[in-house]
Design a protein around this ligand. Structure first.
Ligand code: HEC
Length: 126
């Protein structure tokens, strides 16, 4: 019985370590957007919001409002520090990167990279 308890303890501890490790790994895997690739808010970022966020981010359920036409003014400057994605609340709280609730569908690394790139390129309404 004692042995079984120890086994359970060891496996839950290693599971915990694995999940921390996985979190870190995910963030380290975010690719850099090359300088000559201009990220467009209309063409690259809004479609990510429209597909993944507006079911909740529509002012009725959660802020900021990420619906087309409202999103830019809702996030800049309140959630976005132009040219500083690392310190921008939008980037810090993306699904897949510390979003306050588990949405069940984190963004993939390429989508997170686009949002990071857009902020680091000045968060323009382009
Ligand atoms: C299943 C619903 C749901 C989905 C989908 C969702 N969110 Fe959220 N989000 C929430 C809730 C609920 C909160 C907490 C709101 C609060 O604290 O007022 C939140 C909070 C946030 C915050 C922090 C807001 C704050 O003021 O602290 C950000 C940034 C955010 N979400 C971005 C996103 C983005 C970007 C997407 C899509 C890629 C997304 N969320 C998808 C429900 C969702």
């Amino acid at each position: 019985m004692k042995k079984l308890f120890r086994l359970a303890l060891v496996s839950s501890l290693s599971l915990m370590c694995f999940s921390c490790y996985y979190d870190e790994l995910y963030v380290e895997e975010i690719p850099e957007i090359p300088d000559d690739q201009i990220v467009s808010f209309q063409d690259d970022i809004q479609p990510i919001f429209t597909e993944n966020c507006i079911g909740c981010h529509n002012t009725t359920i959660a802020n900021p409002d990420l619906r087309e036409g409202n999103s830019y003014n809702a996030i800049v400057p309140e959630y976005v520090i132009a040219e500083d994605a690392e310190n921008s609340e939008l980037y810090q709280k993306l699904p897949g990167n510390n979003h306050p609730i588990d949405t069940g569908s984190p963004l993939d690394v390429d989508e997170i990279a686009l949002i990071k790139g857009w902020i680091d390129q000045g968060a323009k309404n382009n």
